[in-house]
Each structure stands twice: as C-alpha cells, then as structure tokens.
Design a protein around this ligand. Sequence first.
Ligand code: NAD
Length: 264
Amino acid sequence: MQSLMQGKRGLVMGVANDHSIAWGIAKALAAHGAELAFTYQGEALGKRVKPLAETLGAKHVLPCDVEDIDSVDATFAALKDAWGKMDFLVHAIGFSDKNELKGRYADTTRANFSRTMVISCFSFTEVTKRAAELMPDGGSVVTLTFGGSTRVMPNYNVMGVAKAALEASVRYLAADYGRDGIRVNAISAGPVRTLAGAGIGDSRAMFAFQQKHSPLGRGVTLDELGGTALYLLSELSGGVTGETHFVDAGYNIISMPHPDALRA
Ligand code: NAD
C-alpha cells in the first residue's frame, strides 16, 4: 500500500489549518508515498500551513490567491522549475461572502455572485489547465463539492449554484483532457466542521440534521475523505473520470428522514 503514490508528485491547494479537508487528503497521499507541494492564501494562513506542510516533508509551500491570476501563474512556474512535471492536483478552494450564505438566494448580489464563481468554480478550470501543461505522462485532478449543488440546502445559496457549475466543469474538463490521460473528478463531501463550513448560516443545525438522517447515522471524517481522494488520484481509479463521487455517509440517497428519526 505504501507504494500507491510512490514516485508521484502533486500540488494540494486549500489547506487553511489541520481541520481543512485538503489537510485530510494531504495526509492520506503522504502516507502512501506522494511528494507534496502546498499553496496557502495570504501570509496569515501561511503561518499555519508552512509548519503543517513541513511535517509531511513538503519542500514547496507557495503563496497563491486564485483571485490574482499572476499568483496562480507564479505557482505553476515555480513547480515547473522545481519538478518539471507533476502527477496530480487537489483543488479544495471555496469562498462566498458569509452575509449571503444566509437568507434567500434571490438576494445574492452581482458582485458576490461573480466573486464566488471565480474563486469557487472558475479557479478549478484555471489551475487544471496549468497543471495539465505539467502532466505529459497523464495525471489526476480532484476538486471538492457539496450536495447543495443539485438540491436546495437552506443558506447554501450562491455556493450551491457555484458548486453546480463546478461539477459541470469537472465533466467538461474530463472530456477535454481524457485523451491526454488526465482524469478529472469531484468528491461531494458531507458536512465537515472547517473554516469554510462554519461560514454557512445555521451550519450547526445543517451538520446535525445530515448526521442524524444519513443512512450511516453519522458524519464523515477527514480520513475518509483522504481515502477517497487517494483512490481518485491513484491508479486504483484508472477508469474513472468526470464523476462526482459522494462521501456523505449516504445522505444524498435519502428522500425523507426515517419516521423513527423524526420521532426521536
Ligand atoms: P477550509 O476553510 O479549511 O478550506 C477552504 C480553503 O479555500 C482555505 O484554505 C482558503 O484559504 C481557500 N481559499 C478561499 N479563497 C481563496 C482564494 N481566493 N485563493 C486561494 N485559496 C482560497 O474549508 P474546507 O471545508 O476544507 O473547504 C475545502 C473545499 O471543500 C471547499 O471547496 C468547500 O466548499 C468544500 N466542501 C466543504 C464541505 C464542508 O462541510 N466543510 C463540504 C463539501 C465541500
């Protein structure tokens, strides 16, 4: 098992702290032999991310704000200089103004709609394109999405619309890059208590509801999300591309809560 990612190099974007989904993924990849580089958004987060990345032996820990295309280009130029080529990419980046992650979707402003789409959706296309240029031997790319993309989740609002577009991007990018041997997939994670997760209005109630009513009767762990990313980024999933893979304790299959759960 140790050899699953041996000799493979890749970039993990989206670690803010050790509660981040990207951190759970990074640990799983490193445990299976991958060499990792990381990006962080701004120096304040850099102070947290750099020591974490060091624990996994990362030599390249780079600032990157996806709103600033120059910093995206600088990140991939640095990786090209350091590595020449790469094998995988993790995109675990999302943002929307938390004032619009409550109330009605209809009240979303044009400015926040655009910003949310650029950071949470289009950045995936931009980084996949740049990573693909460094994948002459093929590769695998993963992003993170949420079930609020296809079903209405109170307060998720514009993020749900951005995640729907992100999932469509996964399919289009999978078609664009398939003949280059580059696979593109999304993990649709159940609720996890992270900085981004806490920004959603009434997030505690939403987390508790999903945990109570999912078939497994619980939430999901960073280790479980890491294990799924390991599968999608390794040869174990060699024939899989363009998929949105749920890791949500089965919540997405439920039509209505079990009557026993409603009575409890
Ligand atoms: P997190 O707060 O730990 O990570 C979000 C990351 O996005 C942070 O590292 C932040 O720095 C980064 N980011 C935001 N704006 C950026 C920008 N302009 N440039 C570069 N980076 C930027 O939270 P998380 O929950 O681990 O989020 C990771 C991904 O997982 C997000 O796409 C999120 O929507 C998705 N997701 C989260 C949950 C959940 O319940 N937490 C569920 C499903 C999907």
